[in-house]
Design a protein around this ligand. Structure first.
Ligand SMILES: [Fe+2]
Length: 384
């Protein structure tokens, strides 16, 4: 590449960086003025995060290459040799590697915020239970979670496609594990016709997530208003909301329990509503050999279910899998959610109790999915 082209690239890069960071700073300072403008807010966040991650990854390799060069030059000086040829070639290699890493990061973020955000991934979770009645052997349950419909801004096409994918799985049941909206029930109103099309042979059940009561700290009166609003819309979508209640599912004369709790969230700052009450949910429930619990926040399992209640399979969401990570299906997964949650995605087992955390279909704050595709889970439960 000619020196002129190199300078042109540097100048363009500098201008883009300055534009993104100055606009982000401007929007942060004047956030009240742009509060209602989701488009500006979301795309400024994309720009700032994409650029920051790219710069950080380039810098990390650049730092490593500088360290290697420093060490090699120091050793050349100490030994008195005059030809540092080998260290220079290694430095050049690492410099190229740093640009490559930056390119991969930039590409991943651009993909994740445009196409990857709608790249539905169907994951199959096969679980066997000794306590499952024979009649329920082979039951197919589709779990979806964290739709955050307000974030899709009435872009119906991709979710229409997801509904078709779910129906093609021919589920016996569909369970939605909370966070239908970001903040207001009205966000979900235009979506009723889309989710009404979801079909399950034996029923669609849903619970509420922390966002369904509003976002962040609020007061019980507003939360009660939201609870009713979201519950009504779920019913219009033909879901049966389970708010601290249960159902007994029957097949060929055999029975299993399905329990749904309101949100129970652990947060020292009191950001997450804690209305979930398992004991209240199972009041008056007949004895069943097998129990499924729907609870939005997986920390509920950690604090109140594991080793305490007779629940065989718990289905949760909430973490979104961090919306960013590195995934090699079946082999390896790393997510930023790992820093926040002990259990953040997939299946966890302790003794005979199992917890599955769905990575969510929607997105929030960061309008993208990088290395952590939106998930539709097919649970196949079998008699062991
Ligand atoms: Fe969520």
């Amino acid at each position: 590449m000619s020196p002129k082209s190199k300078w042109a690239i540097r100048i363009v890069y500098l201008i883009v960086t300055l534009l993104v960071y100055s606009s982000t700073t401007y929007l942060a300072v004047n956030r009240e003025k742009y509060e209602g403008n989701d488009f500006i807010r979301q795309y400024t966040i994309i720009g700032a995060i994409t650029l920051s991650v790219t710069i950080l990854s380039v810098s990390a390799f650049q730092l490593l290459s500088d360290l290697v060069l420093g060490v090699r030059l120091a050793s050349v000086n100490i030994s008195g040799k005059s030809n540092p040829g080998e260290p220079i070639s290694r430095w050049t290699f690492l410099s190229k590697l740093s640009l490559g890493a930056g390119g991969v990061m930039l590409g991943s973020f651009l993909w994740g915020t445009t196409k990857g955000i709608y790249g539905w991934r169907i994951l199959v979770n096969k679980c066997s239970f000794k306590s499952l009645p024979q009649a329920f052997d082979g039951t197919r349950i589709v779990q979806i979670s964290d739709l955050h419909l307000g974030s899709f801004r009435e872009n119906f096409g991709p979710l229409d496609e997801a509904v078709q994918l779910i129906n093609d799985l021919n589920p016996d049941y569909i369970f939605f594990t909370g966070d239908l909206v970001n903040e207001e029930p009205e966000e979900a109103a235009p979506w009723v016709h889309v989710f009404k099309k979801l079909k399950a042979k034996n029923g669609k059940y849903a619970i509420l997530g922390n966002h369904d009561y509003r976002w962040g700290k609020t007061d019980p009166e507003l939360e009660a208003k939201n609870r009713i609003g979201v519950k009504t819309i779920l019913e219009e979508m033909d879901f049966t909301p389970l708010l601290n209640e249960h159902r007994v599912l029957e097949k060929n004369g055999e029975r299993i329990g399905l329990v749904g709790v309101e949100n129970w969230g652990y947060s020292p700052e009191g950001w997450f509503p804690t209305y979930g009450d398992y004991k209240k949910s199972v009041e008056g429930m007949e004895e069943v050999p097998f129990n499924i619990l729907l609870t939005h926040d997986p920390t509920h399992w950690e604090h109140h279910i594991k080793g305490k209640e007779s629940v065989d399979l718990t289905l949760s969401g909430h973490t979104h899998g961090g919306q960013m990570g590195i995934t090699i299906p079946g082999l390896f997964e790393f997510s930023v959610a790992k820093f926040l949650y002990k259990r953040y995605a997939g299946l966890y087992s302790e003794g005979d109790q199992h917890l599955y955390i769905n990575r969510g279909m929607g997105f929030l704050i960061f309008p993208g999915r990088v290395g952590m595709p939106p998930e539709i889970t097919l649970h196949e439960i079998n008699k062991a």
